[in-house]
Design a protein around this ligand. Sequence first.
Ligand code: HEM
Length: 129
Amino acid sequence: MNYQTLYEQMGGAETVRRLVEAFYPRVQADPEIGPLFPPDITPVMEKQYLFLTQFFGGPALYNEQHGHPMLRMRHMPFPIDARRAAAWLRCMNAALDEAGLTGTVRDEVYQRLAFTAGHMINTDENRQP
Ligand code: HEM
C-alpha cells in the first residue's frame, strides 16, 4: 500500500516547480493558447505553482494566498474550446517529460490534469463567429 499523496509521490515542491517552469515557455510558444496569456508570465507561473501544489495534495498554498480557486469561473474571460484544451494538454504532456515524471505517477498526474482541462472548456469549437 502507498499512503503518500500524489504530491509526495511526484517529488513535492521541487517537481512542481520544475513542471511549471517547463510548462509556461511551451504555452507561450503555442499558437493556439499563447496569445491568451500576458507577456509577463511570472505571476501566472507563481499562481500555477501554488495551485498545483494543493491540486496534487500538498499544502493549500493557493487558498492561503488567493482564496478559493474558482478555476472554471476564472477561465470564463477566455474562450476555451476543445482545441485549446488539447493544446494546453500537449504543452503539459511535454512538460511532464521535461520535469522527469515517469510511470504510474506520471499517468495519474496527467489524468487529473486532463480531467480538469476538459472541465475548463467553456466555448463550442464549432461556434459561428
Ligand atoms: C484547458 C485549457 C486552459 C487554458 C486555455 C487556460 C488558460 C489560462 C489563462 C489565459 C489564464 C489567465 C492568465 C492571466 O492573465 O492571469 C489562466 C490562469 C490560470 N489557470 Fe488556466 N487554462 C487552461 C487550463 C487550466 C487547467 C487544467 C488548470 C489547472 C489544473 C489551470 C490553472 C490555472 C490557474 C491556477 C490560473 C491562475 C488563476 C488566478 O488568476 O489565480 N488552467 N489559464
